[in-house]
Design a protein around this ligand. Structure first.
Ligand SMILES: Nc1ncnc2c1ncn2[C@@H]1O[C@H](COP(=O)(O)OP(=O)(O)OP(=O)(O)O)[C@@H](O)[C@H]1O
Ligand SMILES: O=P(O)(O)OC[C@H]1O[C@H](OP(=O)(O)OP(=O)(O)O)[C@H](O)[C@@H]1O
Ligand SMILES: [Mg+2]
Length: 283
């Protein structure tokens, strides 16, 4: 039985549980239970505060964990990164009051900065050759300058709306972060085998996440032009339609490319374009 530490509630919870669900692993989410065994996979889920996940995995209390890169780097615990999971993307940035003129990173020299990430900030200050008065607070960091607690902040930014509503502006991005799958450095062969199977399933889900299955019809003499536009994984599938002189073209493309090429496809003669989600991809 492999034990995974996940966040019990918060920004990582939903995407983590969705990922596990899409890998076909059933977890009865009786949320008051802190340790739950899967009904159909040798996995046990331990629900924790995200702050505690790196240490828990490093010490072997859990074998693997899903945690934000920011928290993993901040804690400096000794565990391996198995996979970058691509969700909970954010950046950890320095921000100052909107009205204050910013003169570059030296502005921070001697300033008081509120943060929940003192270690990451201290390393940044050392690298830049400046010294900051780092004031650690666990939450509501963005209100610190407004109430006279600090000159600036160092915190998570995603859309930037929390900064705007607190009249702050982001001036330095120190690190980018996303959810990570981490593991203990000394897994037994048996546990490693379970992790390999889990990883294989996760990869199949994550690869499929940003791909779409695209189908379209076109006059047969346009097929060559259309295929030249399609950035498919391999060559597209070409099938004759019942109507003489018409062809159906099927392919898989990156979601982000679809809107770039849809007009070109129409101009080239494609009709009845369908875009379908892909649940899993085994490459
Ligand atoms: N606005 C955001 N957009 C994207 N990712 C975010 C955002 N805020 C936080 N994250 C990511 O999600 C992680 C968890 O954030 P959350 O706010 O749930 O933490 P928390 O309040 O410390 O939770 P806990 O109660 O578990 O200690 C962060 O460490 C970061 O990696
Ligand atoms: O740039 P934005 O999109 O506004 O996101 C950034 C905010 O999101 C997180 O807080 P969250 O909303 O999770 O609440 P919390 O402070 O209770 O953790 C983070 O601590 C920032 O305050
Ligand atoms: Mg936390």
């Amino acid at each position: 039985m492999l034990r995974i530490a996940v966040q019990s509630k918060g920004r990582l919870y939903e995407d983590t549980m969705n990922l596990l669900k899409e890998t076909g692993i059933k977890i009865n989410s009786a949320r008051r239970t802190l340790l739950v065994q899967s009904a159909n996979f040798p996995l046990e889920v331990l629900y924790l505060r995200d702050d505690d996940i790196p240490e828990c995995v490093a010490s072997g209390v859990a074998d693997i964990g899903i945690v934000g890169e920011n928290e993993f780097v901040e804690r400096g615990e000794d565990a391996n990164i198995v996979k970058r999971l691509g969700f909970s993307k954010c950046r950890i940035s320095l921000a100052i009051p909107e009205a204050v003129e910013y003169t570059g990173v030296k502005w921070f020299d001697g300033k008081k900065i509120a943060t929940s990430y003192p270690n990451i900030l201290r390393k940044f200050a050392e690298k830049e050759g400046i010294s900051m008065d780092i004031h650690v607070i666990q939450g509501s960091v963005e209100i610190a300058p407004g109430i006279g607690l600090s000159d600036g902040i160092f915190d998570i930014v995603s859309s930037g709306s929390t900064l705007v509503s607190n009249k702050l502006r982001e001036v330095e991005t120190v690190m980018k972060s996303e959810a990570l799958l981490i593991c203990n450095k000394e897994l037994t062969t048996e546990k490693q085998a379970v992790l390999d199977e889990l990883l294989f399933r996760m990869q199949s889900v994550l690869v499929a996440d940003d791909k779409k299955y695209v189908l379209m019809n076109a006059p047969s003499d346009k097929v060559k032009d259309i295929c030249a536009i399609l950035p498919g994984i391999k060559s597209p599938t070409i099938l004759p339609l019942a109507t003489e002189g018409w062809t159906s073209i099927h392919t898989v493309i990156d979601q982000k490319h679809f809107w770039e090429i849809v007009n070109q496809l129409k101009t080239a003669g494609a009709e009845g374009i369908l875009v379908l989600p892909i649940e899993k991809m085994i490459l």
